[in-house]
Design a protein around this ligand. Structure first.
Ligand code: NAP
Length: 270
């Protein structure tokens, strides 16, 4: 990594990104600076990855070419308002805060010329993250950083800020939890039918992984095409799918996505 990177906030996302970067050899621990509100997570990050710990957020800002704001949306203002003058106009500032728009970031850090709003998710730690970003200012610099540091951690795309960006955010962050919800019931059904918990969990994981990996490697084939390949007329898959549709799984999912999108907007307002 050519630039030093600082994280304000040492929670789940900072942890996932640092783990991904170090795992891929994209950064060295002495190029990463981290601060946190309370010491617990900070110590864990230092012990696990040997990154540089700063006792204040200001310390992170002073030492970093790129500053990543990795706090919850409701904590963002408090995290930067008293130290906004420490930011310089040349720094690249990347906010992970869900729902917080570039316009709001610019208001908080008026002198910063290069602002990025990034949506990320925790599968970044195993290089299977999903990232969407939009920029204000020098987008060449931001694009180059995203290409170098985030593309290797998963699927990365630049989007305009708006409805599509919000949908991406909800599907990639809440979506991971939704998939686990399905997996929990999958495993439970297997256990009820006699599989031990470990086997049931492994089968569940491998079914989701297998379906995803196959889809990933099937080029331009649509999900509908892939599904029809494993669904013979009057077969067992067709029988189960008919029930899923009768019970309106589509409506259930749409409703859940909309609820998450609503909460995303509420959190950004708080
Ligand atoms: N996790 C996900 O899957 C995910 C997905 C999409 C987007 N995001 C976004 O990523 C951001 C980080 O999420 P997360 O899951 O990593 O949250 P998290 O685990 O709660 O981490 C946030 C960290 O910020 C720290 N913090 C709060 N106020 C601070 C302040 N004033 N100064 C310094 N540190 C402060 C907290 O410290 P304490 O230890 O004292 O609480 C906590 O460790 C959020 O904005 C979220 O919307 C997360």
């Amino acid at each position: 990594m050519k630039e030093s990177v600082g994280f304000i906030g040492a929670g789940n996302m900072a942890h996932a990104i640092v783990e991904g970067w170090l795992g891929k050899g994209l950064a060295k621990p002495d190029e990463i600076f981290v601060s946190n509100r309370t010491p617990g997570k900070l110590q864990r990050l230092e012990e696990q990855f040997k990154v540089q710990v700063c006792s204040t957020n200001e310390g992170v800002v002073e030492k970093s070419d790129v500053v990543i704001l990795a706090v919850k949306p409701q904590d963002l203002e408090t995290a930067v308002e008293n130290i906004s003058s420490a930011f310089t106009e040349d720094q690249l500032v990347i906010s992970l805060a869900a729902g917080v728009k570039l316009r709001k970031l610019k208001k908080l850090l008026p002198q910063c010329r290069n602002l990025v709003r990034l949506m990320a998710n925790t599968p970044a730690k195993v290089m299977k993250g999903s990232f969407a970003y939009c920029t204000l200012g020098d987008s060449l610099r931001a694009d180059s950083f995203m290409d170098r540091m985030f593309k290797p951690l998963g699927f990365t795309i630049k989007l305009d800020e708006g409805d599509a960006f919000e949908a991406f955010s909800v599907a990639s962050s809440a979506g991971v939890g939704f998939v686990y919800e399905l997996m929990i019931y999958w495993q439970e059904w297997l256990e009820e039918h006699g599989l031990d918990p470990e086997t049931a969990q492994q089968l569940t994981i491998h079914t989701f992984l297998g379906a995803s990996e196959l889809a990933l490697r099937s080029g331009t084939q649509s999900l509908e095409e892939l599904q029809s390949r494993v669904t013979s007329k009057k077969g067992i898959t067709a029988a189960g799918l008919a029930s899923m549709r009768e019970l309106e799984i589509e409506r259930l999912l749409r409703y859940s996505f909309e609820k998450s999108a609503l909460r995303d907007r509420e959190l950004a307002q708080e």
